[in-house]
Design a binder for this molecule. Structure first.
Ligand code: MIC
Ligand code: SF4
Length: 644
């Protein structure tokens, strides 16, 4: 077996290991972050369970740390209390970004992890099967329930050769994205192997698995070898290491990448799959450079930047922000005097949190060209609709900071940062680490006015009378559906957050959807390819459900978002004939007859377009479990009705 098969077989609860078939797997660890976590714990509470039953569950606070107004702070209070009550480890705001912290302190080779964040696959860098999921799926896993995935096709990515100085792991994943694109990889797991692995340390591997999320794959996995062992030993966790390698490197498909041929790359606006070379842009002026995020904020990455900027000044016309991934990274850089070097060079030092990556602060100016080391450059995600964000490596970012323009780091003396033999270990901002899982202290859970209820779903009607409330094109991301940034603080308040659904795509969506709902009509979303790309935020399903959306009809729908739609009782249809997309216009009256029967049966239904007298066919492939959820009106409704 390969590494992926070994881990999945060891965790298989039910289903047959046939590519595409739904299987249930046992989950050893879970993580949540605050922006999706409040809903996950509200859902966990509503399931009536007394404690988390996993080996390790951690609640991180890293997204909403700006605290303008009481909302974020209320969320933190709630998350802390609920963690203590249910035996979950709580990571205080300021401790760092969930994926970086989880890799440093909790991830274990051979284990399964699901997290309510799409970049949970970062854990694949130390040989885990780590998958991004909706908050409600994480709540179920915390309760000891299995997680359902389609048994994957495993694609082997063979890495050979060695990277040249100035080219790094970010360029590797950008090259993988150039080859495979950001759509069409649903249902696959990418497994890395080959002689080059000996030269890729764990933080570099984690950069690759982290941004593997942008391929749309289920996850990405590295073996657990001597490199993994050295990392865990340096984290004081040598006993967590187990060796995990493929018995036989047999994959459903393979691709070989020679790292010695790579040059600095960039994902151009507005999609991580839009790969160009830095050389194509050399000398073009840049206004803002942001270094950090869960992709590139490790000790290795930020130290490399500090060494490149040491004793120099960033260009006067460029703004440079640095956000380290964790308290460990900041402390080590501070102790080595490197933080001082960054400050002296003119960088703005930001909190170790998601911050700029999700547009929570440091939005660039109008039309600005930005270089960012993060993983997503969707339109408007930075908080500025007109900004042009390019995703690059820390080396490219640092070299460009010096010139104020796109620059090739290979022109500089790029230092090699060896992995330390001992990281500074300071778990002071993890609460309940010792007591988690050992007991359930009785605490009063604090719920401020920002913490709302999870609205219940309604069973599916036999006939759906609806309206194509919105028609969108290809690659509509969850950032389009449910904007974050300035609106992020409403994550725990569904009625308020729902006002911003499709805010930048169609500013009348909320009004039209509410009017349709009040008139007893269902809202239907019509979309092109790859609908729901990007994040795991279940609010992109939950808030539309609240507004009365009952179906999406798209050319294709991305994995996590599709699962979220089903969890909230929204039918994820695809066009049988994609050309029928052209036969629906926004505002058309649509009727789906015998919908309930279609869901119970083979998932095929006919849509009558009353506005132009056309009919067209749609379909959805569902497992028995998914049928039950949709018929009941979503997972919580199915639990309430005793159906699951
Ligand atoms: C993201 O990078 O888009 C986020 C913000 O981390 C999301 C989670 C969220 O929307 O809260 C993700 O990746 O799942
Ligand atoms: Fe946070 Fe950005 Fe990573 Fe999402 S991608 S977890 S917002 S740092």
């Amino acid at each position: 077996m390969n590494v992926t098969e070994k881990i999945l077989h060891a965790h298989l609860v039910s289903g047959s290991p046939v590519a595409g078939e739904e299987v249930a797997i046992r989950i050893d660890q879970t993580l949540t972050q605050d922006a999706t976590g409040t809903m996950a714990y509200l859902q966990f509470e509503s399931m009536g369970l007394d404690r988390a039953k996993t080996e390790v569950s951690v609640s991180y606070v890293d997204h909403n740390t700006v605290q303008i107004g009481f909302e974020n702070a209320d969320d933190h209070d709630y998350l802390q209390a609920v963690a203590q009550k249910y035996g979950v480890i709580y990571s205080k705001p300021g401790n760092g970004i969930c994926h970086q912290l989880h890799l440093e302190r909790f991830g274990k080779p051979g284990k399964t992890l699901i997290g309510s964040d799409s970049h949970t696959p970062t854990g694949g860098g130390i040989g885990m099967v780590a998958i991004g999921a909706g908050g409600i799926d994480v709540a179920v896993a915390m309760g000891g329930g299995a997680y359902n995935i389609a048994w994957p096709k495993v694609v082997g990515i063979r890495l050979v050769g060695q990277l040249t100085p100035g080219v790094s792991a970010k360029d590797v994943i950008l090259a993988v994205l150039r080859k495979f694109g950001s759509k069409g990889n649903v249902g696959k797991i990418f497994e890395y192997y080959g002689p080059a692995l000996a030269y890729l340390d764990v933080p570099s591997r984690a950069t690759i698995t982290n941004m593997g999320a942008e391929l749309g794959v289920t996850t990405s996995v590295f073996p657990s070898d001597e490199v993994t062992k050295a990392f865990l030993e340096a984290q004081g966790r040598g006993s967590d290491w187990v060796e995990l390698k493929a018995d036989d490197e047999t994959y459903d498909d393979t691709w070989e990448l020679d790292l010695s041929t790579l040059e600095p790359l960039a994902a151009a606006p507005h999609n991580p799959g839009n790969i160009e070379t830095v050389a194509q842009h050399l000398g073009e002026k840049v206004h803002q450079i942001m270094i950090g995020s869960c992709t590139n904020s490790s000790y290795r990455d930020i130290k490399t930047v500090a060494l490149l900027l040491k004793g120099k000044q960033v260009h006067p016309d460029v703004e440079v922000g640095i956000a380290c991934g964790s308290k460990q990274v900041v402390r080590m850089l501070a102790d080595e005097g490197l933080l001082g070097d960054l400050i002296a060079a003119g960088c703005r030092i930001l909190e170790n949190a998601c911050g700029f990556c999700i547009g929570a602060h440091m939005s660039p100016s109008t039309d600005a060209v930005c270089l960012r080391t993060s993983n997503r450059n969707f339109e408007g995600r930075s908080g500025t609709q007109s900004a042009k964000v390019y995703l690059v490596s820390p080396e490219t970012a640092a070299a460009s900071a010096l010139t104020g323009a796109f620059a090739d780091a290979r022109q500089l003396q790029v230092p090699t940062v060896p992995m330390p033999t001992a990281f500074t270990i300071d778990d002071g901002m993890f609460l309940y680490r010792e007591t988690a899982g050992q007991g359930v202290p009785e605490t009063l859970i604090r719920r401020g006015p920002n913490i709302g209820e999870v609205p219940p779903g309604k069973p599916l009607a036999e006939t759906l009378h609806g309206v194509a409330t919105i028609k969108v094109g290809d690659k509509i991301t969850t950032d389009h559906i449910m904007p974050a940034g300035a609106r992020l603080k409403y994550r725990s308040n569904v009625p308020e957050y729902a006002k911003y659904v499709f805010e930048h795509t169609d500013k009348h969506f909320y009004e039209s959807a509410t009017a349709n709902r009040n008139a007893g009509k269902a809202n239907i979303i019509v979309a092109g390819e790859s609908y729901g790309q990007g994040s795991s935020r279940e609010h992109a399903a939950l808030c539309p459900m609240y507004l009365g959306v009952r179906a999406v009809i798209a050319k294709s729908i991305e994995r996590i978002h599709r699962a979220n739609l089903i969890n909230f009782g929204i039918v994820p249809f695809v066009f049988v004939n994609p050309d029928d997309y052209n036969r629906v216009s926004q505002g058309d009256e649509l009727v789906i007859e015998a919908l309930q029967s279609a869901i119970e049966g083979d998932g095929r239904a006919t849509v009558k377009n009353l506005s132009n007298n056309n009919t067209f066919d749609v379909m959805t492939e569902l497992s028995e479990r998914q049928k039950t959820l949709l018929l009941a009106g979503g997972l919580l409704a199915a639990v309430a009705q005793g159906k699951v």
